[in-house]
Each structure stands twice: as structure tokens, then as C-alpha cells.
Design a protein around this ligand. Structure first.
Ligand code: SAH
Ligand code: SF4
Length: 402
């Protein structure tokens, strides 16, 4: 099929299609079958049943087969494919940088239509692999140990921008389903989604909910809700809603057992304190244990007393504790606890009845570990003499190209 003609004037778009990539065309990524029906109706001219069928086929191509152009959508009539290509896009956001760590972790820096950038990270393990996705450009919260927290919030990501991170990873891993290969029986590297990248997902609830619904749609990416985990620093009023509406696994960034310390290192605690947070956890409508993340900061929150207090605090919550060695970043005001201290802390928590695996830092050599995400564009913007350069005008970071 011929290449798309240049776009003379932006089409009038029903629903929520917005440009995702630099081509400026409204993207159909992240739209459900209803929204796609609104797109197809004026282009195809059939009755309601036919419009619905075409919209379903389009949805399948975009979200199940991962088509990155309309030309490959062989079940759609040629004329419809051409009309779609003239007004719309299924292109990915620009991949500014793609890095691979010595341990196999991969990180992508993506740039969206307005030039804003975020990072996503793929962490392979022996029998599975998790993609860590971002939900905001920067973060409004300023947890003192988190690099993202030092960036100002620029904006929320839309559903397409959240979903596109999964599409980019599937593209790179070559894991789109091929007809006849046996569907779910095929082993994939990318099996889990963790919403633990840049930003606080529950401050962007509607968009993350829309993206995760599509990620869980059986006709689309078909991730089971059991393979999705959302991490929050403690946006209490949204926690129960998230469990009720999405049913995904929950992780809580606890990091301190006393309000006085948590007020300082996880400042959202001043609004919703530990008691309010644990109350919301007890009401979480999902029978799976909640993961409590606890970053190990030397001399700050890592004493035996802290470990014992943690056991008491979680006594009546179905919990698993995840001890995260602190990942350093330039200028960070903390050091990571020693291995012996982490082991002693873990032993107390385990004796108290909670599994407490220590998370192995992954991708530290490419700044891909927890709390290290922060786009190079912002770092550059802050270097002297470069104050005027916004993210859009920045050069890529130095990388190993994939
Ligand atoms: N905003 C959400 C999700 C993103 S942060 C939240 O706070 O839960 C993902 C996890 O990484 C959180 O548990 C966070 O506290 C942790 N983290 C942040 N900075 C870190 C660092 N420097 N070292 C280790 N873990 C860190
Ligand atoms: Fe934001 Fe989470 Fe980092 Fe806190 S830990 S600053 S909530 S991204």
C-alpha cells in the first residue's frame, strides 16, 4: 500500500485520540473498541455491525498483534487502511536511547509528541520478566532517597503513552503473537508489568486505569491482573478503588515504621500517615498479600528496633516485605545499609512471620535500578549554561544501541 500522504490539516477526531509520536497524527494506540468504532464509522461507511467488526479487527491488530503501521493489517480492506493512514498513526514514540545492562536489564528512554521523555525498564529473570513502566514525567512527591523525586512534575502520561511503553518492549523483545504459534503456550520473556517507574500512579489514576484495562483485555495484550503490580507511596483515598476496579497486585512504599521519620523521607505521610495507610491496606479487596517495600538506608531506618516495629505494624495485614538495597545517585544524601545489617534486619522480619526477600539491584550500571530513573534531558537542563534547553532539544544520552 502507498505511504501515507502528508497531513494537510489535523483531522477532527472523535473520542480521545491524541498524537503520540513526532509525526503529529492522532494515535489509535490506547483506544478501546468503542473509540475505534467512532474513528472507523465515517471512513468505512458500513452499518453498525460492520463498523463494530472493523473496530474489533483494528483493536486486535494494534493491541494484540502489535502492528506498527496500517499497511500490515491484512484483514482490513485496502481503502480503509489508506484512509486510516491518511489521518491517524499507530507509530511508537521515538526511542531516544535503548541501553542493555551487563545483567540483561534493558532501559528505554522514550520521547512523546510534545518532547517530554520518560524511561521504562525491562528486568529479565530466569522464568519470567517484568517491565517497569512510568506514569508521570517527574513526580510531585519528593521522597528524599528517590532520584525521580528531585525532578519537578511536568505532566501526567496519557493512557496511550503508558501503554506504548509495553508495545516498545514487546517490539524490542520480538514477542508479538504470530497466528498458529499456539497462543498462551508460547514462553515469553515479558510476563509481568510493574507500575513502579517514574511518578506516583495513583495521582494519575484515570489514565493508569484506562491503560491497565487495555493491557488486561483478552482481545489485546491479555496480561492477567495477577501479573500486574502497582506501587504507591500511599495515596490512601485511591487504594481501595484501585483494588476494586483493577484487582491488580498492590505494593506499598513504606520505608519507615514511625510517622516522624516517614514524614521526612516519604513526605506524603504528612497527609496520610502510617495508620491511615495500613487501614487502607487492610481493606484492599484482593486476597493476595500486599508487598511492603522498604529501602535500606544506613543508620536511618535499618536498626533491629525498626525491624521489630515493622513486624508489629504488619501483624494483621497479609504482607510480604521487600527489602530494597538503596540505589545511589549523584548527590544522594544516603548510603546503603551493609549486607550484614540487611541480613540481620531480614532475619528479624522473617522470624516475625513475613517473607522478606532482599531485592537484588538490577541494571545499576545503566541507572535503571529502583529510584534511579530520571531522564538525562532534565539532568542536562540543569547544567550551567544550558538552562534554556528543554527536554525536546536535548541530545540522547550516551548509550549502547540495541
Ligand atoms: N511512586 C511510586 C512508584 C515508583 S517508585 C512509589 O513510590 O511507590 C518504585 C519503588 O522504588 C518505590 O518503592 C520507591 O520507594 C523505590 N525507590 C525510590 N528510590 C529508590 C532508591 N534510590 N533506591 C532504592 N529504591 C528506591
Ligand atoms: Fe515519586 Fe515514588 Fe520517587 Fe516518591 S519514590 S518521589 S512517590 S517516584
Amino acid at each position: 500500500m502507498p505511504a501515507a500522504e502528508p497531513l494537510a490539516s489535523p483531522p477532527v477526531v472523535p473520542g480521545s485520540a491524541r498524537p503520540l509520536a513526532a509525526d503529529g497524527r492522532p494515535s489509535l494506540i490506547g483506544l478501546d473498541v468503542d473509540a475505534l468504532s467512532d474513528i472507523v464509522r465515517p471512513l468505512d461507511g458500513g452499518d453498525a455491525k460492520r463498523v463494530r467488526l472493523r473496530a474489533r479487527q483494528l483493536f486486535h491488530w494494534i493491541h494484540h498483534r502489535g502492528a506498527a503501521d496500517f499497511g500490515s493489517m491484512s484483514t482490513l480492506p485496502e481503502k480503509l487502511r489508506r484512509s486510516l493512514a491518511n489521518g491517524f498513526s499507530v507509530a511508537r514514540p521515538e526511542i531516544v536511547a535503548a541501553q542493555v545492562s551487563a545483567d540483561g536489564t534493558r532501559k528505554w528512554l522514550l520521547r512523546f509528541a510534545d518532547g517530554q521523555q520518560v524511561e521504562s525498564v525491562f528486568i529479565p529473570e530466569e522464568d519470567r520478566g517484568a517491565l517497569c513502566i512510568s506514569t508521570q514525567v517527574g513526580c510531585t512527591l519528593a521522597c528524599t532517597f528517590c532520584h525521580t523525586g528531585t525532578m519537578p512534575l511536568v505532566r501526567n502520561l496519557g493512557p496511550a503513552e503508558i501503554l506504548a511503553q509495553i508495545l516498545v518492549a514487546r517490539d524490542a523483545l520480538g514477542e508479538w503473537p504470530v497466528p498458529g504459534e499456539g497462543g498462551g503456550a508460547v514462553r515469553r520473556l515479558l510476563t509481568n508489568i510493574v507500575v513502579m517507574g517514574m511518578g506516583e500512579p495513583l495521582f494519575n489514576y484515570d489514565n493508569i486505569a484506562a491503560a491497565l484495562r487495555l493491557a488486561m483485555d483478552d482481545a489485546g495484550l491479555a496480561f492477567s491482573r495477577r501479573r500486574i503490580t502497582l506501587s504507591t507511596s500511599g495515596v490512601v483515598p485511591r487504594i481501595e478503588q484501585c483494588g476494586r476496579e483493577l484487582g491488580v497486585g498492590l505494593a506499598i512504599s513504606l520505608h519507615a515504621v514511625r510517622d516522624e521519620l516517614r514524614d521526612e523521607i516519604v513526605p506524603i505521610n504528612r497527609k496520610w500517615n502510617i495508620e491511615a495507610l495500613l487501614d487502607a491496606c487492610r481493606r484492599y479487596p484482593n486476597r493476595r498479600p500486599i508487598t511492603f517495600e522498604y529501602v535500606m538506608l544506613a543508620g536511618v531506618n535499618d536498626s533491629d528496633d525498626d525491624a521489630r516495629a515493622l513486624v508489629r505494624l504488619l501483624a494483621d495485614v497479609p504482607a510480604k516485605v521487600n527489602l530494597i538495597p538503596f540505589n545511589p545517585w549523584p548527590g544522594a544524601p544516603y548510603a546503603c545499609s551493609s549486607n550484614n545489617r540487611i541480613r540481620a534486619f531480614a532475619a528479624i522480619v522473617e522470624a516475625g512471620g513475613h517473607a522478606s526477600p532482599v531485592r537484588t539491584p538490577r541494571g545499576r550500571d545503566i541507572d535503571a535500578a529502583c529510584g534511579q530513573l530520571k531522564t538525562s534531558s532534565i539532568r542536562r537542563r540543569r547544567t550551567p549554561g544550558d538552562a534554556a534547553a528543554g527536554p525536546a532539544g536535548c541530545a540522547p544520552m550516551s548509550v549502547t544501541a540495541l
